[in-house]
Design a protein around this ligand. Structure first.
Ligand SMILES: Nc1ncnc2c1ncn2[C@@H]1O[C@H](COP(=O)(O)OP(=O)(O)O)[C@@H](O)[C@H]1O
Ligand SMILES: [Mg+2]
Length: 380
Protein backbone atom coordinates (compact mmCIF):
# COMPACT_ATOMS: atom_id res chain seq x y z
CA UNK A 1 0.00 0.00 0.00
CA UNK A 2 1.22 3.50 -0.85
CA UNK A 3 2.46 5.53 2.09
CA UNK A 4 0.06 8.42 1.33
CA UNK A 5 -3.56 7.32 1.29
CA UNK A 6 -6.93 8.95 0.87
CA UNK A 7 -9.49 7.41 3.19
CA UNK A 8 -13.09 8.46 3.72
CA UNK A 9 -14.64 8.06 7.18
CA UNK A 10 -18.45 7.98 7.48
CA UNK A 11 -20.30 8.28 10.74
CA UNK A 12 -23.82 8.81 11.93
CA UNK A 13 -24.14 9.12 15.69
CA UNK A 14 -26.93 8.61 18.18
CA UNK A 15 -28.23 12.14 17.53
CA UNK A 16 -29.27 10.97 14.03
CA UNK A 17 -28.60 14.50 12.79
CA UNK A 18 -26.90 13.32 9.62
CA UNK A 19 -23.88 11.60 8.11
CA UNK A 20 -20.51 13.07 9.01
CA UNK A 21 -18.17 12.48 6.06
CA UNK A 22 -14.45 13.16 6.30
CA UNK A 23 -11.82 12.77 3.60
CA UNK A 24 -8.53 12.13 5.35
CA UNK A 25 -5.03 11.93 4.00
CA UNK A 26 -3.07 9.42 6.03
CA UNK A 27 0.69 9.24 5.82
CA UNK A 28 2.53 6.48 7.53
CA UNK A 29 5.85 7.98 8.35
CA UNK A 30 7.62 7.37 11.64
CA UNK A 31 4.56 8.86 13.33
CA UNK A 32 1.07 8.43 11.93
CA UNK A 33 -0.08 11.68 10.32
CA UNK A 34 -3.71 12.46 9.52
CA UNK A 35 -4.77 15.52 7.53
CA UNK A 36 -8.41 16.42 7.01
CA UNK A 37 -8.87 17.28 3.32
CA UNK A 38 -12.64 17.78 3.25
CA UNK A 39 -15.58 17.47 5.60
CA UNK A 40 -19.33 17.73 5.29
CA UNK A 41 -22.41 16.79 7.30
CA UNK A 42 -25.13 15.38 5.03
CA UNK A 43 -28.48 15.78 6.74
CA UNK A 44 -30.86 12.84 6.52
CA UNK A 45 -34.09 13.45 4.62
CA UNK A 46 -36.78 14.06 7.29
CA UNK A 47 -38.70 10.87 6.52
CA UNK A 48 -35.58 8.73 6.65
CA UNK A 49 -34.64 10.23 10.01
CA UNK A 50 -38.06 9.31 11.33
CA UNK A 51 -37.70 5.77 9.99
CA UNK A 52 -34.36 5.42 11.80
CA UNK A 53 -35.79 6.70 15.08
CA UNK A 54 -38.75 4.38 14.72
CA UNK A 55 -36.45 1.42 14.17
CA UNK A 56 -34.60 2.35 17.36
CA UNK A 57 -37.62 2.77 19.54
CA UNK A 58 -40.48 0.74 18.15
CA UNK A 59 -41.04 -2.40 20.18
CA UNK A 60 -41.51 -4.23 16.93
CA UNK A 61 -40.11 -3.46 13.54
CA UNK A 62 -40.76 -5.91 10.74
CA UNK A 63 -37.89 -7.75 9.10
CA UNK A 64 -39.01 -6.20 5.81
CA UNK A 65 -38.72 -2.66 7.17
CA UNK A 66 -35.36 -3.37 8.77
CA UNK A 67 -33.94 -4.87 5.54
CA UNK A 68 -35.29 -1.95 3.52
CA UNK A 69 -33.85 0.60 5.93
CA UNK A 70 -30.46 -1.11 5.79
CA UNK A 71 -30.28 -0.71 2.03
CA UNK A 72 -31.59 2.87 2.06
CA UNK A 73 -28.98 3.83 4.62
CA UNK A 74 -26.21 2.08 2.68
CA UNK A 75 -27.10 4.14 -0.38
CA UNK A 76 -27.09 7.32 1.73
CA UNK A 77 -23.61 6.49 3.02
CA UNK A 78 -22.38 5.75 -0.53
CA UNK A 79 -23.86 9.04 -1.78
CA UNK A 80 -22.23 10.92 1.07
CA UNK A 81 -18.83 9.54 -0.05
CA UNK A 82 -19.57 10.52 -3.66
CA UNK A 83 -20.67 14.05 -2.77
CA UNK A 84 -17.70 14.55 -0.48
CA UNK A 85 -15.35 13.66 -3.33
CA UNK A 86 -17.15 16.13 -5.62
CA UNK A 87 -16.66 18.81 -2.99
CA UNK A 88 -13.00 17.92 -2.56
CA UNK A 89 -12.59 17.76 -6.35
CA UNK A 90 -11.07 14.32 -6.31
CA UNK A 91 -12.28 11.20 -8.03
CA UNK A 92 -13.54 8.21 -6.04
CA UNK A 93 -10.85 6.28 -7.94
CA UNK A 94 -8.27 8.19 -5.92
CA UNK A 95 -9.82 7.01 -2.65
CA UNK A 96 -8.13 3.91 -1.25
CA UNK A 97 -10.60 2.96 1.45
CA UNK A 98 -13.88 3.89 3.09
CA UNK A 99 -14.46 3.29 6.80
CA UNK A 100 -18.17 3.38 7.53
CA UNK A 101 -19.44 3.17 11.09
CA UNK A 102 -23.09 2.90 10.08
CA UNK A 103 -26.12 3.93 12.09
CA UNK A 104 -26.56 2.33 15.49
CA UNK A 105 -30.04 0.90 15.90
CA UNK A 106 -29.42 -1.01 19.13
CA UNK A 107 -26.45 -1.10 21.46
CA UNK A 108 -26.68 -3.70 24.23
CA UNK A 109 -23.22 -3.90 25.78
CA UNK A 110 -24.17 -6.19 28.64
CA UNK A 111 -25.27 -8.77 26.07
CA UNK A 112 -22.25 -8.05 23.83
CA UNK A 113 -24.73 -7.23 21.10
CA UNK A 114 -24.96 -4.20 18.85
CA UNK A 115 -26.47 -3.42 15.47
CA UNK A 116 -25.26 -0.80 13.03
CA UNK A 117 -27.13 -0.49 9.76
CA UNK A 118 -25.36 0.44 6.52
CA UNK A 119 -24.02 -2.47 4.54
CA UNK A 120 -20.34 -2.43 3.57
CA UNK A 121 -20.79 -4.42 0.34
CA UNK A 122 -23.45 -2.04 -0.91
CA UNK A 123 -21.23 0.97 -0.18
CA UNK A 124 -18.25 -0.76 -1.86
CA UNK A 125 -20.21 -1.69 -4.99
CA UNK A 126 -21.89 1.72 -5.30
CA UNK A 127 -18.67 3.70 -4.81
CA UNK A 128 -16.12 1.29 -6.28
CA UNK A 129 -14.06 1.71 -3.10
CA UNK A 130 -13.10 -1.09 -0.71
CA UNK A 131 -15.12 -0.51 2.44
CA UNK A 132 -14.57 -1.45 6.06
CA UNK A 133 -17.76 -1.53 8.13
CA UNK A 134 -19.32 -3.02 11.25
CA UNK A 135 -16.44 -2.09 13.53
CA UNK A 136 -17.98 -2.88 16.89
CA UNK A 137 -18.72 -6.60 16.71
CA UNK A 138 -15.12 -7.87 16.84
CA UNK A 139 -14.56 -6.10 20.15
CA UNK A 140 -17.85 -7.45 21.47
CA UNK A 141 -16.88 -10.94 20.37
CA UNK A 142 -13.84 -10.50 22.61
CA UNK A 143 -16.20 -9.70 25.52
CA UNK A 144 -15.86 -5.93 25.12
CA UNK A 145 -18.47 -3.17 25.11
CA UNK A 146 -17.74 -2.44 21.43
CA UNK A 147 -17.43 1.19 22.48
CA UNK A 148 -16.00 3.76 22.67
CA UNK A 149 -13.76 3.36 19.61
CA UNK A 150 -12.63 6.96 18.99
CA UNK A 151 -10.10 6.97 21.90
CA UNK A 152 -7.37 5.48 19.68
CA UNK A 153 -7.59 8.56 17.45
CA UNK A 154 -7.69 10.85 20.50
CA UNK A 155 -4.48 9.18 21.66
CA UNK A 156 -2.74 9.73 18.31
CA UNK A 157 -3.88 13.35 18.14
CA UNK A 158 -2.95 14.43 21.65
CA UNK A 159 -0.20 12.21 23.04
CA UNK A 160 2.32 14.80 21.86
CA UNK A 161 1.03 17.22 24.52
CA UNK A 162 2.87 15.07 27.10
CA UNK A 163 0.40 16.06 29.81
CA UNK A 164 -2.51 14.34 31.52
CA UNK A 165 -5.34 15.51 29.30
CA UNK A 166 -8.85 14.42 28.52
CA UNK A 167 -11.01 14.53 25.41
CA UNK A 168 -14.72 14.94 25.97
CA UNK A 169 -17.12 14.23 23.13
CA UNK A 170 -20.66 15.53 23.68
CA UNK A 171 -22.66 13.85 20.94
CA UNK A 172 -26.02 12.17 21.44
CA UNK A 173 -24.30 10.46 24.37
CA UNK A 174 -21.19 11.84 26.06
CA UNK A 175 -17.91 10.05 26.34
CA UNK A 176 -14.58 10.95 27.79
CA UNK A 177 -11.06 9.74 27.06
CA UNK A 178 -8.10 10.21 29.37
CA UNK A 179 -4.63 10.31 27.83
CA UNK A 180 -2.05 10.14 30.62
CA UNK A 181 1.25 11.89 30.10
CA UNK A 182 3.04 8.52 29.96
CA UNK A 183 2.12 8.61 26.22
CA UNK A 184 1.48 4.87 26.37
CA UNK A 185 -1.45 3.53 24.39
CA UNK A 186 -2.20 0.93 27.05
CA UNK A 187 -2.62 3.63 29.71
CA UNK A 188 -5.50 5.33 27.89
CA UNK A 189 -8.96 4.87 29.39
CA UNK A 190 -12.34 6.04 28.25
CA UNK A 191 -16.05 5.50 28.80
CA UNK A 192 -19.51 6.90 28.14
CA UNK A 193 -20.54 9.26 30.92
CA UNK A 194 -24.25 9.16 30.02
CA UNK A 195 -26.47 11.55 28.09
CA UNK A 196 -25.10 14.23 25.80
CA UNK A 197 -27.58 16.10 23.63
CA UNK A 198 -30.15 13.40 23.16
CA UNK A 199 -32.53 14.45 25.95
CA UNK A 200 -32.05 18.16 25.20
CA UNK A 201 -32.93 17.51 21.53
CA UNK A 202 -35.96 15.39 22.42
CA UNK A 203 -37.42 18.08 24.67
CA UNK A 204 -36.80 20.89 22.18
CA UNK A 205 -38.40 18.83 19.40
CA UNK A 206 -41.40 17.95 21.52
CA UNK A 207 -41.99 21.55 22.62
CA UNK A 208 -41.57 23.07 19.14
CA UNK A 209 -43.59 20.26 17.48
CA UNK A 210 -40.52 19.29 15.46
CA UNK A 211 -39.82 22.81 14.16
CA UNK A 212 -36.54 22.96 16.06
CA UNK A 213 -34.21 20.02 16.50
CA UNK A 214 -31.85 21.35 19.15
CA UNK A 215 -31.13 24.23 21.49
CA UNK A 216 -28.91 26.31 19.18
CA UNK A 217 -26.08 27.84 21.18
CA UNK A 218 -27.92 26.96 24.40
CA UNK A 219 -30.04 30.11 23.96
CA UNK A 220 -33.27 28.46 25.14
CA UNK A 221 -31.92 26.79 28.29
CA UNK A 222 -30.13 30.03 29.20
CA UNK A 223 -33.53 31.55 29.96
CA UNK A 224 -34.44 28.79 32.42
CA UNK A 225 -33.61 27.97 36.04
CA UNK A 226 -32.15 24.64 37.06
CA UNK A 227 -34.51 22.69 39.33
CA UNK A 228 -32.06 21.08 41.73
CA UNK A 229 -34.46 18.72 43.47
CA UNK A 230 -35.35 17.10 40.19
CA UNK A 231 -31.75 17.12 39.05
CA UNK A 232 -30.65 15.34 42.25
CA UNK A 233 -33.26 12.67 41.60
CA UNK A 234 -32.08 12.09 38.05
CA UNK A 235 -28.45 12.01 39.19
CA UNK A 236 -29.29 8.95 41.34
CA UNK A 237 -29.40 6.81 38.20
CA UNK A 238 -27.13 3.81 38.91
CA UNK A 239 -25.38 4.20 35.53
CA UNK A 240 -23.50 7.23 36.86
CA UNK A 241 -22.08 5.23 39.79
CA UNK A 242 -21.15 2.20 37.73
CA UNK A 243 -17.40 1.77 37.29
CA UNK A 244 -15.93 1.78 33.78
CA UNK A 245 -15.58 0.16 31.32
CA UNK A 246 -19.12 1.19 30.43
CA UNK A 247 -21.03 2.40 27.41
CA UNK A 248 -24.59 3.42 26.86
CA UNK A 249 -27.04 4.54 24.23
CA UNK A 250 -30.55 5.59 23.38
CA UNK A 251 -31.88 2.36 24.89
CA UNK A 252 -31.18 3.93 28.28
CA UNK A 253 -31.00 7.68 27.74
CA UNK A 254 -33.30 8.06 24.75
CA UNK A 255 -36.90 8.87 23.94
CA UNK A 256 -38.53 6.69 26.62
CA UNK A 257 -36.57 8.57 29.30
CA UNK A 258 -37.35 11.90 27.63
CA UNK A 259 -41.07 11.04 27.81
CA UNK A 260 -40.73 10.21 31.50
CA UNK A 261 -38.94 13.50 32.11
CA UNK A 262 -41.65 15.42 30.26
CA UNK A 263 -44.21 13.78 32.55
CA UNK A 264 -42.24 14.68 35.69
CA UNK A 265 -41.76 18.26 34.48
CA UNK A 266 -45.36 18.93 33.46
CA UNK A 267 -45.64 21.84 35.86
CA UNK A 268 -42.37 23.46 34.85
CA UNK A 269 -41.91 26.06 32.16
CA UNK A 270 -40.24 24.80 29.00
CA UNK A 271 -37.13 26.90 29.75
CA UNK A 272 -36.75 25.51 33.30
CA UNK A 273 -37.23 21.99 32.03
CA UNK A 274 -34.58 22.49 29.36
CA UNK A 275 -32.16 24.14 31.80
CA UNK A 276 -32.54 21.16 34.16
CA UNK A 277 -32.04 18.57 31.41
CA UNK A 278 -28.99 20.49 30.15
CA UNK A 279 -27.72 20.48 33.73
CA UNK A 280 -28.15 16.68 33.86
CA UNK A 281 -25.66 16.35 30.99
CA UNK A 282 -23.20 18.78 32.62
CA UNK A 283 -23.53 17.33 36.15
CA UNK A 284 -23.22 13.72 35.00
CA UNK A 285 -20.07 14.54 33.03
CA UNK A 286 -18.55 16.45 35.97
CA UNK A 287 -19.53 13.59 38.31
CA UNK A 288 -17.75 11.10 36.03
CA UNK A 289 -14.54 13.13 36.23
CA UNK A 290 -14.83 13.47 40.02
CA UNK A 291 -15.52 9.78 40.57
CA UNK A 292 -13.39 7.99 38.00
CA UNK A 293 -10.69 10.34 36.71
CA UNK A 294 -9.50 12.86 39.33
CA UNK A 295 -8.65 10.23 41.96
CA UNK A 296 -6.17 8.82 39.41
CA UNK A 297 -5.13 11.80 37.32
CA UNK A 298 -5.07 15.56 37.77
CA UNK A 299 -5.81 16.93 34.32
CA UNK A 300 -4.23 19.96 32.73
CA UNK A 301 -7.06 20.37 30.24
CA UNK A 302 -10.19 18.88 28.74
CA UNK A 303 -10.61 19.22 24.99
CA UNK A 304 -14.32 19.30 24.22
CA UNK A 305 -15.89 18.27 20.91
CA UNK A 306 -19.14 17.00 19.45
CA UNK A 307 -22.21 19.11 18.77
CA UNK A 308 -22.69 19.79 22.50
CA UNK A 309 -19.50 21.87 22.55
CA UNK A 310 -21.52 24.51 20.66
CA UNK A 311 -24.11 24.70 23.44
CA UNK A 312 -22.72 27.71 25.37
CA UNK A 313 -24.94 27.06 28.36
CA UNK A 314 -23.70 23.47 28.65
CA UNK A 315 -20.08 24.46 28.11
CA UNK A 316 -20.08 27.24 30.71
CA UNK A 317 -21.94 25.14 33.25
CA UNK A 318 -19.38 22.39 32.82
CA UNK A 319 -16.52 24.84 33.25
CA UNK A 320 -18.16 26.09 36.46
CA UNK A 321 -18.48 22.52 37.77
CA UNK A 322 -14.85 21.72 36.91
CA UNK A 323 -13.01 24.90 37.95
CA UNK A 324 -9.71 23.08 38.43
CA UNK A 325 -9.39 22.17 34.72
CA UNK A 326 -9.31 24.40 31.69
CA UNK A 327 -11.91 23.47 29.07
CA UNK A 328 -10.77 23.88 25.49
CA UNK A 329 -12.25 23.04 22.13
CA UNK A 330 -10.76 20.99 19.29
CA UNK A 331 -10.65 24.24 17.35
CA UNK A 332 -8.00 25.48 19.81
CA UNK A 333 -5.81 22.80 18.22
CA UNK A 334 -6.90 23.72 14.67
CA UNK A 335 -9.02 20.58 14.45
CA UNK A 336 -12.63 20.47 13.27
CA UNK A 337 -14.55 19.04 16.23
CA UNK A 338 -17.52 17.99 14.08
CA UNK A 339 -15.19 15.84 11.99
CA UNK A 340 -13.39 13.92 14.74
CA UNK A 341 -15.65 10.85 14.87
CA UNK A 342 -15.64 10.50 11.07
CA UNK A 343 -11.85 10.86 11.05
CA UNK A 344 -11.73 8.15 13.73
CA UNK A 345 -13.45 5.66 11.42
CA UNK A 346 -11.18 6.58 8.48
CA UNK A 347 -8.27 5.87 10.79
CA UNK A 348 -9.75 2.62 12.10
CA UNK A 349 -10.36 1.43 8.51
CA UNK A 350 -6.69 2.06 7.84
CA UNK A 351 -5.61 0.04 10.89
CA UNK A 352 -7.93 -2.80 9.87
CA UNK A 353 -6.56 -2.79 6.34
CA UNK A 354 -3.06 -3.16 7.79
CA UNK A 355 -4.27 -5.95 10.06
CA UNK A 356 -3.68 -3.90 13.20
CA UNK A 357 -5.98 -3.94 16.21
CA UNK A 358 -8.24 -0.91 16.62
CA UNK A 359 -9.76 -1.49 20.06
CA UNK A 360 -8.16 -0.53 23.34
CA UNK A 361 -9.02 -3.42 25.70
CA UNK A 362 -8.73 -1.24 28.78
CA UNK A 363 -11.31 1.09 27.26
CA UNK A 364 -13.84 -1.42 25.98
CA UNK A 365 -13.26 -4.19 28.51
CA UNK A 366 -12.33 -6.68 25.78
CA UNK A 367 -10.13 -9.57 26.76
CA UNK A 368 -7.57 -8.69 24.07
CA UNK A 369 -6.75 -6.41 21.15
CA UNK A 370 -8.64 -7.37 17.97
CA UNK A 371 -8.75 -6.21 14.37
CA UNK A 372 -12.05 -4.38 13.89
CA UNK A 373 -14.59 -4.54 11.10
CA UNK A 374 -15.48 -6.39 7.95
CA UNK A 375 -13.74 -5.66 4.66
CA UNK A 376 -15.86 -5.51 1.50
CA UNK A 377 -13.36 -5.50 -1.36
CA UNK A 378 -13.85 -4.30 -4.94
CA UNK A 379 -12.34 -5.16 -8.27
CA UNK A 380 -9.92 -2.35 -9.10
N1 LIG B 1 -24.98 25.19 17.34
C1 LIG B 1 -25.36 24.28 18.22
N2 LIG B 1 -25.79 24.63 19.45
C2 LIG B 1 -26.18 23.71 20.38
N3 LIG B 1 -26.18 22.39 20.13
C3 LIG B 1 -25.76 21.97 18.92
C4 LIG B 1 -25.32 22.86 17.91
N4 LIG B 1 -24.96 22.14 16.82
C5 LIG B 1 -25.17 20.85 17.14
N5 LIG B 1 -25.65 20.73 18.40
C6 LIG B 1 -26.04 19.51 19.11
O1 LIG B 1 -25.19 18.46 18.74
C7 LIG B 1 -25.93 17.33 18.29
C8 LIG B 1 -25.14 16.60 17.26
O2 LIG B 1 -23.92 16.27 17.82
P1 LIG B 1 -23.00 15.15 17.22
O3 LIG B 1 -21.65 15.36 17.79
O4 LIG B 1 -23.14 15.11 15.75
O5 LIG B 1 -23.66 13.86 17.87
P2 LIG B 1 -23.76 12.39 17.30
O6 LIG B 1 -22.38 11.87 17.24
O7 LIG B 1 -24.62 11.69 18.28
O8 LIG B 1 -24.41 12.52 15.94
C9 LIG B 1 -27.23 17.93 17.77
O9 LIG B 1 -28.25 16.98 17.81
C10 LIG B 1 -27.45 19.09 18.73
O10 LIG B 1 -28.06 18.65 19.90
MG1 LIG C 1 -23.87 13.67 14.38
Amino acid sequence: MANKLHIIGLMSGTSVDGIDAALVEIRNQKELSLTLKAFEIFKFPKTLRQEILKAMHAKQISYQDLCGLNVKLSTCFAEAAQKLCQKAKISLKQVHLIGSHGQTIQHLPSEHATLQLGDGSTIAVQTGVTTVSDFRMADMAAQGQGAPLAPLLHFHLFKKLKQNISVLNIGGMSNLTVIPKTQKREDVYAFDTGPGNVLIDAIVQEHTHGKKHYDAGGALSKKGKIQHKLLDRWMRDPYFRKSPPKSTGREKFGLPLAKKILQQCKKLSFQDMLATVTALTAYSIADAYERFVFPKHALSEIIVGGGGAKNKMLFSLLQRLLPQVQLKRFEDYHLNSDAIEAIAFAHLAYETWLGNPGNLPKVTGATRPVVLGKISPVLR
